[in-house]
Design a protein around this ligand. Structure first.
Ligand code: PEP
Ligand code: MN
Length: 375
C-alpha cells in the first residue's frame, strides 16, 4: 500500500507525527518512507509493506497528513505506475526535465581518449544546440588487456571542457563505488561546471551492491542499462533496487540483447519494449542504437542501420538517445566501428527531429481516435 502525504508535509508537524505514529503501530507491517525533492515542492510517499489487504483504505485516508492512498502491486513498488495517473513522473536535473514526455540526445564519445578529441566533440555538440553528451572514463572491457579508460585522470578536463561548452549533463559509466566518489570529488573541486548521470552498464545491471551505492545518493541521477541476457522484469527490478535505496531519479536504457540471432548486428534491437517500460513504470526511457547495431552498415536506401534503430526507438516513444560519435573513429580506443562521424551530427539530429515529430503526430492521432471511438 502506498500512502502519499500532502505536498511539503513537515516531519516536525503534528499532522505528520500523528500519521507516522499510526502507520508504525500497524501490526506486521513494515513502513518505509521515500522523499522526492522537486523544484517546487517536496513529496513524501510512505510504503506499507506486508499483509496490507486487511487494512481498510479509508482508515489510512483519514489520517491528517495523508493526501491519498493507492493499493499497489508487489512489482516495482516505487517505480511502477499502479494505475495512478496523478503521481509524479520523471525529475529535473541541471535545469533540464527528464520524464516520459521529454526528449534529449546524448551524443558523445564512447571512451575519452585525449583532451583534443573531447573538446572537438563537445564543441560540435554545443554548436548543434545540444546540452547533453556521453563520455566514458571507466570502461568495462571483455579483454583485460584492452584499454580500460583513463579513469579519474581525465575527469578534470572532461568536466571543465563540458562547462566551457555549456554542457549540462554527461552520461558517464561507473563500475565501482570509488568511481562515484571520484566523480563527486572532481566536480566539487571544480565548482560543478557540469552534471553527471551515473551510468550503470549492461554488465552491471544485476550488480546489486553497485545498484545500492548509486541508489543511496541522490546528487546524481542514474542511467541504468538493461541487462543484455536477462528478462525485462529482471532489469526493471534492478531499477527498483536503486529506487528502494532512496534515488528514484532513474532513466532506463535499452541497448539490445546479446544473442547470435542478432548477427550481423552486435545485439538484437529491443526497442519495441519502449512502450512496455513506459506503461509499467514511471521512468523515462532511453535507447542506445550504437551498442545495439555496432557497425556503420547502410541500407540500400543509404541510411545507416544506427539511424534506422534510432528511429525505431523514437517512433515508439523513447525519451532519450545515447549515441556514440568520434572525431576520428579510426583512432578511437573503444568501439570505433560503431561511431558516427562529426559531420553526420547535424544530419543525425535532423533525422531524429523528423521521426520525433512523426511520433508526436502519432500521439495526436491516437488521442483523436480515442475521442471519436471511445476505444
Ligand atoms: C557504453 O555505453 O559505453 C557501454 C559499455 O554500454 P553497454 O553497457 O550497454 O554495453
Ligand atoms: Mn561502447
Amino acid at each position: 500500500m502506498l500512502v502519499i502525504l500532502n505536498p511539503n508535509t513537515d516531519e516536525q508537524s503534528p499532522e505528520f507525527k500523528k500519521t507516522w505514529k499510526h502507520l508504525k503501530s500497524l501490526p506486521n507491517i513494515t513502513v518505509k518512507m521515500h522523499r522526492i525533492e522537486g523544484a517546487l515542492q517536496s513529496l513524501t510517499e510512505i510504503y506499507l509493506i506486508g499483509e496490507t489487504r486487511a487494512i481498510p483504505i479509508e482508515s489510512i485516508q483519514a489520517l491528517p497528513a495523508v493526501e491519498r492512498v493507492i493499493r499497489i502491486s508487489e512489482e516495482y513498488r516505487i517505480l511502477g505506475r499502479h494505475h495512478d495517473k496523478l503521481r509524479t513522473v520523471g525529475f529535473e536535473y541541471q535545469g533540464l526535465q527528464f520524464d516520459q514526455h521529454s526528449f534529449h540526445i546524448f551524443a558523445g564519445l564512447c571512451a575519452v581518449d585525449n583532451p583534443s578529441n573531447v573538446e572537438t566533440m563537445l564543441k560540435a555538440v554545443h554548436e548543434q544546440g545540444l546540452q547533453c553528451t556521453r563520455m566514458g572514463a571507466y570502461k568495462p572491457r571483455t579483454n583485460p588487456y584492452s584499454f580500460q579508460g583513463h579513469g579519474k585522470s581525465c575527469l578534470s578536463y572532461v568536466f571543465e571542457l563540458a562547462g566551457k561548452y555549456g554542457i549540462k549533463v554527461i552520461a558517464m559509466e561507473v563500475t565501482h563505488e570509488s568511481h562515484v566518489a571520484e566523480i563527486d570529488e572532481v566536480l566539487e573541486n571544480l565548482g560543478h561546471p557540469t552534471g553527471v548521470f551515473l551510468q550503470i552498464g549492461t554488465r552491471n545491471t544485476q550488480n546489486f551492491e553497485l545498484l545500492k551505492i548509486v541508489g543511496r545518493q541522490t546528487k546524481y541521477p542514474v542511467l541504468l542499462k538493461r541487462g543484455f541476457g536477462i528478462t525485462l522484469n529482471e532489469s526493471l527490478n534492478a531499477a527498483e533496487y536503486i529506487a528502494s535505496e532512496g534515488n528514484a531519479n532513474i532513466v532506463f536504457c535499452l541497448r539490445g540483447m546479446k544473442t547470435s540471432f542478432s548477427d550481423p548486428h552486435r545485439n538484437m534491437v529491443d526497442f519495441t519494449h519502449v512502450p512496455v517500460i513506459k506503461r509499467q513504470t514511471r521512468m523515462p526511457v532511453c535507447v542506445d542504437p550504437s551498442h545495439s547495431v555496432g557497425s556503420r552498415e547502410k541500407s540500400p536506401e543509404g541510411i545507416l542501420d544506427i539511424f534506422h534503430a534510432t528511429a525505431q526507438g523514437i517512433i515508439a516513444g523513447a525519451n532519450m538517445v545515447l549515441v556514440d560519435f568520434h572525431p576520428k573513429p579510426a583512432d578511437a580506443l573503444v568501439d570505433g566501428p560503431q561511431a558516427l562521424l562529426l559531420k553526420e551530427l547535424p544530419y543525425f539530429i535532423e533525422d531524429v527531429r523528423l521521426v520525433h515529430d512523426t511520433f508526436e503526430k502519432r500521439v495526436a492521432l491516437a488521442e483523436k481516435y480515442a475521442e471519436t471511438t471511445g476505444v
